[in-house]
Ligand binder design. Structure first.
Ligand code: 5CA
Ligand code: ZN
Length: 409
């Protein structure tokens, strides 16, 4: 699949900082030391509805990861998937009487437009589950050869007990894993499974559902976790720097994916850091397509909201916190954007040397975007109160905000 166009990232004076980020697996900060090419996999959308503020907040966090790395003069190799066949997509298509493939294309198109408007940097490889099937089948066959997969009435399951490191991404106890498995696409109560947590690798063809030739696996379609593993291993290989997504993906999705990859390759770990963004809610509940309590990026854009203000609203909460989207959050961002634009519209102002360092330091410190906003707020307030004589300082501020926060002033 094609991704979306990249906005330019201005180079900044001085030296960028190495990223320290919270890793779910070790439940602590890690200082990443990627080579000249940093490697990141971020789980993409299941395209059955438009991009809501929760999705946007999660992609915003990983956009910041890229911007911090780019500022250290590294290249970034970024891979993202699109889960363009899965139960929720098929269920929504049936409910609405539309073709599942058309629905996926339509919502993926809208997602690209939203990402472009928000100036999120695109992945170099944007890969759909359907197009990944030829790479998924041999991996499932290999897991079967290794004794790490088994058949159950034609469906094929992964044996979590095949991975000695199983459980080390999310660090949950058995009861919590079982409850989350039932909640998030697993089937712990299906009779005949070796371990209730075992996830599906290949789902045998069902009447009325799309299916593909799976070679020795028979006709069917891929499970969710093996999809991301196949795409990540194909384009990034093992031991890449960051696997990212919202906190609802830590278990089972990232836990299972890590186990698949570790059993397939005999290497550990799949990713050096598992990074998870908090959940954005509305009216006291997690914003989710299944609950329908949504604020869409595209709807705000249609209402004439400046995407730069949406971006500033996303930055106003730390990526790891759970927070609520409210009209006030957006209004505060609109006001801040106005103040910043006024401040950089003059030819001179207070020195911006310290500001570049402050924004760099804030983001390198576990992506502390609220602290970065506070630093720019301070400069803008000084500009408004007393101005300054540093010719070009407003330009430096604009470029800093553009390069590190993805906001065009
Ligand atoms: N296709 C899979 C990943 S392979 C999937 O989870 N798709 S999704 O469309 O449901 O979610 C896309 C991304 O948005 C995931 O990283 C998910 O964790 C994140 N996300 C979903 N809802 C929220 C929310 N309310 N707040 C923050 N992030 C969210
Ligand atoms: Zn994924």
């Amino acid at each position: 699949m094609h991704a979306w166009p990249a906005s330019e990232v201005p180079a900044l004076p001085g030296q960028g900082r190495d990223l320290r980020i919270h890793d779910t697996a070790t439940d602590g900060p890690v200082t990443l030391d990627p080579g000249p090419v940093a490697r990141i996999y971020v789980c993409g959308i299941t395209p059955y509805d438009a991009t809501h503020m929760g999705h946007a907040a999660t992609y915003n966090a990983f956009d910041l990861v890229q911007r911090v790395w780019l500022d250290t003069k590294r290249q970034v190799h970024y891979v993202q998937n699109v889960t363009d066949v899965d139960d929720p997509l098929l269920e929504r298509a049936t409910r609405d009487g539309v073709d599942w493939a058309d629905l996926a294309v339509q919502e993926t198109t809208l997602f690209r437009e939203d990402m472009t408007a928000l100036r999120m940097l695109p992945p170099q490889h944007y890969i759909g589950a359907v197009e990944a099937i030829p790479g998924i089948v041999p991996l499932v066959e290999r897991l079967r050869e290794l004794g790490a997969a088994y058949d159950l009435d034609g469906d094929i399951y992964f044996s979590v007990d095949a991975d000695p490191h199983f459980g080390q991404v999310s660090n949950l106890d058995a009861a919590a894993m079982r409850a989350l498995s039932a909640e998030r696409g697993g089937d712990p109560d299906r009779p005949g499974k070796k371990n209730p947590l075992d996830p599906m690798l290949w789902l045998a063809a069902r009447e009325g559902e799309p299916s593909w030739d799976g070679g020795t696996l028979g006709r069917g379609r891929p499970g969710w976790h093996i999809e991301c593993v196949a795409i990540a291993l194909d384009h990034l290989g093992m031991t890449f720097d960051v696997q990212g997504g919202g906190s609802d993906l830590a278990f089972p999705h990232h836990e299972m994916g890590a186990s698949h990859a570790q059993v397939l390759t005999g290497e550990f770990p799949m990713a050096k850091a598992y990074v998870h963004a908090g959940m954005v809610g509305l009216d006291g509940e997690k914003m989710s397509k299944s609950k329908g309590n949504l604020v869409f990026v595209s709807a705000l854009r249609r209402d004439g909201v400046d995407p730069a203000a949406i971006r500033l609203a996303l930055h106003s909460h730390h990526y790891r916190s759970d927070w609520e989207w409210t009209d006030q959050v957006l209004q505060d961002a609109v006001d801040r954007l106005g103040r910043w634009r006024a401040a950089v519209s003059r030819p001179d102002g207070p020195s911006a040397d310290a500001l570049v360092d402050e924004v760099r330091e804030a983001l390198a410190n576990d992506l502390d975007a609220p602290a970065a906003l506070a630093a720019v707020d301070r400069w803008a307030a000084r500009q408004e109160a007393e101005g300054g004589t540093d010719i070009g300082a407003p330009g430096v501020v604009s470029r800093t905000v553009d390069a590190l926060l993805g906001v065009a002033l």
